[in-house]
Write a protein that binds this ligand. Structure first.
Ligand code: ZN
Length: 406
């Protein structure tokens, strides 16, 4: 058992003062220090600095580690231009990102207070980086392939990657499934994978309605994607429309990433089946995509969370940066209220969407905690200050273990 003595604890929107935390792998009790010491006289006590705040570790539900080598190779500003640049540079980007490159990306997330991440794995090359990560990991094996003739080969490759990830038994590591997108995965494959997801109760995610090109292609088999599909895959029409695709997910709560081009009807379906939307503001801006309509999501009571996406469409893997960008991007929202929502979107709401027992400083939750060195006593507007100032993170605990310290 351990006890830490923060001056403040962030519990949802409230700040508690003068309470200490006793924990093992999970948070055992939150009470005044003397009480905890009496109850756990042999606990290891860590006395924290003045104005230290304990808050939940951050959860980054969507990152592509295999593309971490990108800094300047990919083209930004237009989704299709970016996509062509990914295809053109894929071999070199993947080749350049060895184990050390991915480990560096994982390490940078830890330094930025990310204690859980969802890795979207296209090729399975990031498996050992994720196995060796200190964080909790949902390892989303991605399924892609729009051509029926390739379906069997692609599915068996997907299955073998999934099996490899399921064989990893370390604490905090979970295998999951990612369906790439409605335009890139044949319905036969989607249905097969979703049956497996349901049977094995695996976490599930998919990209959905990221670009205008995707909207047009799914609606009418026209637009900027047409040339792409005809030239590269000899495919003249979309494999499914958006509504049909969404309906495959009715029986399994899913995390849909981007969703910036969804229409009213699609948002209603997402609300009805209690899916979650992953907001990646920096990625959307850099790839020339729209801004997520968060107002509509709030009106429809849709759970939304915040993630970084990969370094193929971001310059760092830092949820504080991501929240700050989002705070400025959604300039028509009430500042304090929105800052609080953003914080929930990287903690409690993200944990809920991923089905993990974390994201809150509450008795019984996993002890995934950050110690933040505030500079003075927090006031009402702490959520804004946390996002704007990115205070020093002096300790990071994951499942009760001190994994980073300055
Ligand atoms: Zn993505």
């Amino acid at each position: 058992m351990q006890i830490i003595t923060p001056h403040y604890i962030l519990m949802n929107d409230k700040v508690s003062t003068n309470l200490s935390i006793a924990f093992d792998k999970q948070i055992e009790e939150i009470a005044p220090f003397e009480e905890l010491l009496e109850k756990f006289p042999h606990a290891k006590v860590t006395t924290l600095k003045e104005h230290s705040l304990v808050m939940p570790g951050l959860i980054n539900a969507h990152v592509h580690l295999e593309f971490s080598a990108n800094k300047t190779q990919l083209s930004y500003g237009d989704f299709m231009k970016w996509l062509y640049s990914v295809i053109e540079n894929r071999e070199s980007l993947i080749g350049e990102c060895n184990e050390a490159c991915m480990a560096k990306a994982v390490e940078s997330m830890l330094a930025n207070g990310i204690t859980t991440f969802g890795a979207i794995s296209s090729y399975g090359m990031d498996l050992s980086a994720c196995e060796n990560a200190k964080q909790n990991v949902i390892y989303f094996n991605e399924l892609i392939g729009s051509q029926a003739v390739m379906a069997d080969t692609l599915y068996s490759d997907f299955l073998s990657r999934l099996d490899a990830s399921k064989s990893i038994k370390r604490e905090g590591f979970h295998a999951g499934v990612a369906i790439h997108s409605p335009y890139s995965v044949h319905p036969v494959l989607v249905k097969k994978a979703l049956q497996l997801v349901k049977n094995e109760n695996l976490p599930l995610t998919a990209h959905f309605m990221e670009s205008e090109a995707e909207r047009e292609w799914l609606d009418s088999s026209e637009g900027a994607f047409k040339e792409f599909f005809v030239d590269l895959l000899k495919q003249k029409t979309a494999v499914s429309d958006a509504k049909e695709f969404l309906n495959y997910f009715n029986e399994k709560q899913t995390l849909f990433t981007h969703v910036v081009n969804a229409n009213e009807d699609e948002l209603d379906t997402i609300a009805q089946y209690k899916h979650t939307i992953i907001h990646c503001p920096i990625s959307n801006r850099l790839l020339g995509n729209k801004t997520l309509n968060i107002k509509a999501l709030n009106e429809k009571n849709i759970n939304w969370i915040v993630a970084t996406d990969g370094l193929s469409s971001n310059y760092k893997l830092d949820l504080f940066e991501e929240m700050k960008i989002s705070l400025f991007m959604h300039s028509d929202t009430p500042l304090l209220e929105f800052a609080r929502m953003l914080l929930k979107g990287v903690t409690i709401h993200a944990a809920k969407a991923l089905g993990l027992n974390t994201g809150e400083i509450v008795k019984g939750k996993n002890a995934d905690m950050l110690v933040i060195d505030l500079e003075n006593e927090p006031n009402e507007e702490l959520a804004i200050h946390l996002i704007l100032h990115k205070y020093n993170i002096s300790k990071v605990y994951i499942n009760g273990k001190l994994e980073k310290e300055d």
